[in-house]
Design a protein around this ligand. Structure first.
Ligand SMILES: NC(=O)c1ccc[n+]([C@@H]2O[C@H](COP(=O)([O-])OP(=O)(O)OC[C@H]3O[C@@H](n4cnc5c(N)ncnc54)[C@H](OP(=O)(O)O)[C@@H]3O)[C@@H](O)[C@H]2O)c1
Length: 299
């Protein structure tokens, strides 16, 4: 039976580091890290995410600002708010909660955030810095950054000689995850919906990362014995065993059977999920340190 990574516990340790670094920065430079979160419209799931981000920012000791804009907000109004936050020296991180309502175009908004305040790591400058291996001045997308914390805590900083397979090639997760693994010297394969014989590709992985969005797609016989399996998928499926109409969350990996073969595995929920908010806080305190000319903490 594999060791099951406790994502909540790892996220809590990241938050402890963020809190200590926030207090130290304030003491040394008189700079309070500041995070602004923008939400447009009234989607309940987005409001829940934004609420927990703002709450966590406060717990970390940040200046935490939440801008809740009405559904009828125009592209120009949203762009003007981002511009004002770009110009605000007390704000080190800007996050625009996605998806935006359909009448708004998210891409120009995201690209208008100053790269050094782009704590979601979605700006092309940050994607480019990651692609050229510049982790010292760029900001990395939160979920892959979180998954990489698990990889580092399992295998150390140097993945020389290890084969990593990332299933999924999204800009949000698959591509940045693959870049992080490559940067740490793993031999990386990116698989996707056009990959031939995916099970065979996966069986080659010492580190297997699944970010597809297909419930329990990765079976035990796709997993190399002794592998580390990181499950990024979040899928809601029917759970009639819990009662009529009930549902439960599962990942992209058939957890119970894969755990019989892997050495280390992440559960869903409670694996990668809790790391996303933690790494948002980490990125904000990193951005605040850089703005103050201080060396940021490592995570
Ligand atoms: N906070 C978190 O924990 C967090 C954050 C982000 C995402 N997620 C979860 O991670 C999953 C992936 O997210 P995403 O944003 O990366 O999704 P996405 O943009 O939909 O990308 C899915 C990727 O999976 C590939 N794919 C689809 N079907 C496949 C198949 N049958 N075999 C092999 N590859 C297949 C797609 O290939 P093509 O490119 O060829 O279409 C695509 O590259 C989702 O379940 C999402 O909810 C969780």
């Amino acid at each position: 039976m594999a060791t099951v990574i406790d994502g909540k516990q790892v996220a809590a340790s990241v938050i402890d580091t963020v809190k200590a670094a926030t207090a130290a920065l304030d003491k040394q430079s008189g700079v309070q890290a500041g995070l602004a979160v923008i939400i447009v419209g009234d989607d309940p799931a987005s409001h829940a995410y934004v609420g927990s981000k703002s709450k966590m920012a406060k717990e970390c000791g940040f200046k935490s600002v939440q801008h809740t804009l009405p559904l009828e907000t125009t592209q120009e109004e949203l762009a003007a708010l981002v511009a004002s936050l770009n110009a605000d020296d007390t704000i080190h991180g800007i996050l625009v909660q996605l998806p935006l309502p359909k009448h708004l175009n998210s891409e120009p908004i995201i690209q208008s955030i100053l790269p050094e305040k782009d704590v979601d790591g979605l700006h092309v400058v940050n994607a480019g810095k990651l692609a050229v291996g510049d982790l010292e001045t760029g900001l990395v997308s939160c979920t892959p950054a979180g998954a990489m914390v698990f990889v580092r805590r399992t295998h150390g900083e140097d993945l020389s000689g290890l084969n990593a397979v990332v299933v999924g090639r999204s800009n949000l997760f698959g591509k940045p995850m693959a870049q992080l693994l490559l940067n740490a010297n793993a031999t990386v394969t990116i698989a996707h919906s056009r990959t031939k014989d995916l099970p065979a590709v996966c069986r080659n992985a010492d580190i297997l990362v699944a970010a597809v969005g297909r419930p329990e797609m990765v079976k035990a016989d796709w997993v190399k014995r002794g592998a580390t399996v990181i499950d990024v998928g979040i899928n809601r499926i029917a759970a009639p065993e819990k009662g009529e109409g009930k549902t439960r969350l599962v990942g992209d990996v058939a957890f119970a059977e894969a755990a019989e073969v892997a050495d280390v595995i992440t559960p869903v929920p409670g694996g990668v999920g809790p790391m996303t908010i933690a790494m948002l806080m980490a990125n904000t305190v990193i951005a605040a340190h850089r703005a103050a000319g201080q060396t940021p903490p490592k995570f």
